[in-house]
Write a protein that binds this ligand. Sequence first.
Ligand code: BES
Ligand code: ZN
Ligand code: ZN
Length: 464
Amino acid sequence: MKINLVTEIECDVRVEFITKELLDEHKNKKTLKNGGFKAEQDSICFLHSKKKLICGVDDFENDNIRSAASVAIKSLKSTNYKSTSFNTIKENIKGLVEGIILGGYEFNNYKSTKSDSKLKNIYLVCQDIDFIKKDFEDAIIIAEATCFTRDIVNTIPHELNPPSFAKLAKKLAKENNLECNILDEKELEKENMHAMLSVGRASVHESQLIHLAYKPKNPKKIISLVGKGLTYDSGGLSLKPATSMVTMKMDKAGGCAVLGMIKAASELKLDIEIHAFVGAVENMIGGDAYKPDDVLTSRSGKTIEVRNTDAEGRLVLSDVLDYAQSSVDADYIFDFATLTGACMVALGQYTTGIMGHSNKLKHSFFQAANESGELVGSLPFNKHLKKLLKSEIADISNVSSKPYGGAITAGLFLDNFIKDENKDKWLHFDIAGSAYTESPWDCNVYGATGAGVRLVCSFLQNIE
Ligand code: BES
Ligand code: ZN
Ligand code: ZN
């Protein structure tokens, strides 16, 4: 499927977006109404004899165009049409491109018969190509980086394990001219990253710390992105129930997202230096597994009482965040993690939870969320929840002593590993709900969504 920008074209079928108000003035109003079409958001009506696909939208906001374009493209992919066109303007190019690419995304690697869509060419028609071209090209880069992230998350744990994750990162580094440094278990030992190493100890796959860097000349800012890369989370000895374990290949979504972000930033040629750190680990059971009751010494020197081996993401991140802070003097540090089921309880499954100390920084992400179409919600820290992580035998416990506010206590656990001088530079993003879906919503289809990639790209694009 190729998307082209043109001033005019004759195609097999033309897609038209209309609101309820426009339906009353429409040329084909009678036929559409006879077909029961009311121009409701995300409803469609084919007028095959007129070579038209009519799509309902509440208004022409990007969120609605993105969602309607997703419905349109899915429907077109099941027809025999080879080409289609959409009229567009600068204000809608981002929503339209994302709807087409993200809504039309399929992951068929494990199907013996691949879906064979006839739709090969998509034309976006606009009057002033020069005026719109950069937005068009940028939107394609961001949508494709989101699909790159989705592809890795969707890959099964047998194929995508910590060493193959590192290999994939090396390949990305080569293709995009990024610096790449991988630490294997021997090097992680030297770094005293015992929290991370303990989580991966029962796995047959060696844990890996991936560090990629995009370094343009004279960068305006330096940003460290840290991702939880649990290629599988069985829960460890605090084993997950069978039904909760299904989908846990997605526990690497934070790591996959930061790779998507650095890929996009380098292709957009942003003048911002980006460092992506991924803690790639598999949480398994076995005679060598780390245990509830263990006390781990993290890279920072702080000791952690393990009370639940399923709260493993925060252990990996505690070491990777500490490593990231010692290796790069960044202006901002953002971590992305499918960290807690509690985040979904708090915000619903569509929304990423944002935590941190700087209201100003959080505010820039509310703006980035509005622009990118991702959903975010702020979860507030407080000193009372912080106390629930107290341990009787170590510096901190890896789980809270009370069952409420689990997303926030996980965020507060990470806060213990953020150096004082970095408190206002750091934000934590819990993508447990938003990274993966078993039913389609907006431009997301079954499986990984690529959560975080579009959001961070909007944030980066806004940096003055
Ligand atoms: N990876 C899970 C969190 C998760 C759950 C992500 C569901 C996506 C969907 C994480 O490692 C975990 O198991 N967290 C525990 C923490 C608890 C033991 C304090 C949880 O959320 O139950
Ligand atoms: Zn877990
Ligand atoms: Zn996990």
